[in-house]
Design a protein around this ligand. Structure first.
Ligand SMILES: [Zn+2]
Length: 96
């Protein structure tokens, strides 16, 4: 799938591994829709592309189909540091 790099970058919202539960379910940071990897029909969200880092899965780029937000699920710690350095929008939960 073609991705418009550079244009969409700033719209990506990063979520951290601890914001994904043990079943891989997470909430869209924007519209709070529950997104589950078991949603094979991709009605709630679309898996856009895996982002590789050093031959390992570094992050997963997904898109919420409800609000069209692009959400990057961080997998590798190295990439998380990079994301923070590049001042990506890191989704921060207000409650614990
Ligand atoms: Zn959403």
């Amino acid at each position: 799938m073609e991705v418009e790099r550079g244009i969409n970058m700033e719209k990506e919202i990063c979520i951290l591994p601890n914001q994904v539960d043990e079943h891989g379910i997470f909430l869209c940071p924007k519209c709070k829709t529950e997104l589950s990897p078991d949603d094979y029909d991709e009605t709630a969200y679309t898996m856009l592309e895996p982002i590789m880092a050093k031959n390992e899965l570094g992050a997963l780029l997904t898109q919420c189909n409800n609000c069209s937000s692009k959400i990057k699920i961080m997998v590798q710690e190295a990439l998380i540091d990079e994301a923070v350095n590049q001042a990506y929008a890191i989704y921060e939960e207000t409650s614990d």
